[in-house]
Design a binder for this molecule. Structure first.
Ligand code: MN
Length: 324
């Protein structure tokens, strides 16, 4: 996945005030990925830039792509982050500059650690399934790991979380005693949970983490706040339990958590750096195809050029704004 906004803003995030538990209802905005795929982007939000190190969340579909090419995200670079791909329906093919060539399928988690630098593409195969539905998230890497060697990891058999009225998978980290083996570099958690109609569940969570719950299908009440598809309830930190209740049609939700990310980061296009100048240098390296960004192996394909950088350097804003 890539930020394909024509003039993407530069997000500067600094640690917000530590205000403890709260409930903020965020609604995703619609963004086009190229000409073919419309996504609902809920992170970064105007008021909540990050949930732990989770700094980007796109939800695409469910969409009928039977008469079109489906996802067409051509080769593009990343630095300083991990991409986490989780498909609900359909199939995408991932290829990258390490030589990875992997089908992204429902129930199989793909994590690409960009670190120092990587290039990848994500395309619906030519003979793709009629429907496409999925999520892509980015994780900001902490300073000590953000220049790490790039790697690609796939997990086909994630641990199940089953409680009365609820089934799901823990994708990253631990939730309610169920732990995923997926590679991560700061205290993090993600879980995809399906709740039966009207089901209510209480899950143990880390008081030191902040949490958010994103509704993927149906309606759910999250710690007392009602949310529907493409809304995220930001919960702050300082809780030891989290209560979810599904609406009459049931619900599918993505639970996200993590230790508050206290480093100031600059996010622009597909790069995460620590200053405007550093991100501008990444952009220049991509435009000159420097060694940081090798070609995608075994595919002669289109490449995405970087958009122009904003001419006005934005002031840092807290990961979570105070006063709301
Ligand atoms: Mn990408």
């Amino acid at each position: 996945m890539s930020d394909l906004e024509r003039l993407p803003p530069e997000y500067r995030c600094t640690a917000g005030p530590d205000a403890g538990p709260e409930e903020l209802l965020l609604t995703a905005r619609k963004v086009w990925l190229g000409k073919t795929t419309e996504v609902a982007r809920v992170l970064p939000d105007r008021d909540v830039r990050m949930v732990g190190a989770w700094c980007f969340l796109d939800h695409y579909g469910p969409e009928d792509i039977s008469s079109g090419p489906g996802m067409q995200v051509w080769a593009h670079p990343h630095t300083g982050l991990q991409t986490v791909s989780w498909l609900l329906e359909g199939e995408i093919e991932h290829r990258d500059s390490l030589g990875s060539r992997a089908p992204v399928r429902p129930g199989e988690l793909n994590i690409m650690t960009a670190g120092h630098g990587i290039v990848h593409s994500e395309l619906s195969p030519p003979d793709h399934a009629p429907r496409l539905h999925g999520l892509q998230l980015w994780v900001a890497l902490p300073a000590e790991h953000r220049d790490t060697a790039p790697r690609f990891d796939a997990y086909a058999d994630l641990p199940a979380l089953r409680r009365p009225g609820v089934t799901g998978r823990v994708l990253v980290g631990e939730l309610d005693g169920v732990a995923s083996p997926a590679v991560h570099f700061s205290g993090l958690c993600a879980a995809d949970l399906t709740l039966d109609a009207g089901a209510e569940v209480s899950l143990a969570v880390e008081a030191a983490y902040e949490y958010g719950v994103f509704v993927v299908v149906g309606d759910a009440t999250v710690a007392g706040t009602a949310a529907t598809v493409d809304q995220l309830v930001y919960l702050g930190r300082g809780r030891d339990g989290l209560t979810l209740r599904a609406g009459v049609e049931g619900a599918r939700v993505l639970v996200l958590g993590g230790e508050p990310f206290t480093e100031e980061i600059v996010m622009w296009w597909n790069f995460i750096g620590r200053s405007h100048e550093e991100v501008a240098a990444f952009r220049a390296e991509w435009e000159s195809r420097a060694d940081r960004f090798p070609a995608v192996v075994d595919r002669s394909e289109k490449v995405m050029e970087a958009p122009p950088m904003p001419t006005v350097a934005l002031r840092p804003r807290p990961a979570r704004r105070a006063g709301r």
